[in-house]
Design a protein around this ligand. Structure first.
Ligand code: SAH
Length: 221
């Protein structure tokens, strides 16, 4: 493994330890950390920023959007408790980095991106990297992707003012939704939503985060 990748994994582990009292654990799932080590983040950052690809911070990807911080990607993936027979929905493909990490761990990832150019670039990247278990859609994912529902897990990588009911509806019983909630550019909370075996919803605040806003769906989309 490259030295820079090892450093990124060590940085993630350190930040997990710093935040242990908030996230309720000392370390992340070993499979999740392995996936973080397998996906080359440099492929997902814009040319010119490759030197920073393994720094534990977000980076701009154009269109006012960002590739999330590695620690946050690892944490959100861990919160989803991915299993290799899972079908997962991601809202906000962006660079496709989070998508690729998930694709290492589950059977199928459906991912939706609003900005056409970002969605198309990511789809090309997944093809070139040989991922056969990712299906992309360009469009507004605020109301999920009902055609393939229900999902074992749903991950939203942009902040919603509130949890969209459509996403809760598209969760399987026993499923988990990981979503940052809060107003744009205000303090936001990463939330874990669980639908228990009786279909009841439990929500838990995990930690304060800063995400770009999730665009709400218009009636046309
Ligand atoms: N996981 C991505 C994060 C990208 S930032 C990464 O690490 O690269 C969040 C993305 O969500 C942006 O690309 C933005 O265009 C997209 N987005 C915002 N609102 C959306 C919506 N309603 N539907 C689909 N994508 C949306």
């Amino acid at each position: 493994m490259k030295k820079s990748v090892k450093r990124m994994l060590a940085d993630i582990e350190r930040e997990v330890e710093y935040t242990r009292s908030l996230i309720g654990r000392d370390r992340l799932d070993r499979r999740v950390m392995a996936a973080m080590g397998q996906v080359s983040r440099e492929v997902f950052v814009p040319p010119g920023l490759q030197a920073f690809a393994y720094d534990n911070g977000p980076l701009p990807i154009g269109h006012g959007q960002t590739i999330s911080q590695p620690y946050i990607v690892a944490l959100m993936t861990d919160l989803l408790q991915p299993a290799n027979d899972h079908v997962v929905l991601e809202v906000g493909t962006g660079s496709g980095y989070q998508t690729a990490v998930l694709a290492q761990l589950v059977k199928k990832v459906f991912t939706v991106e609003l900005v056409r150019e970002l969605g198309e670039d990511s789809a090309t990247r997944f093809r070139e990297l040989g991922y056969s278990n990712i299906e992309c859609r360009i469009g507004n994912g605020y109301r999920g992707w009902p055609e393939h529902a229900p999902y074992d897990g749903i991950i939203v990588t942009a902040a919603a003012a509130q949890i969209p009911q459509a996403l809760i509806d598209q969760l399987k019983t026993g499923g988990r939704l990981v979503i940052p909630v809060g107003l744009p550019y205000m303090p936001q909370e990463l939330m874990l939503v669980e639908k228990d075996d009786r279909g009841e919803i439990h929500t838990r605040d995990i930690l304060g985060v800063a995400f770009v806003p999730l665009q709400e769906a218009t009636t046309a989309s």
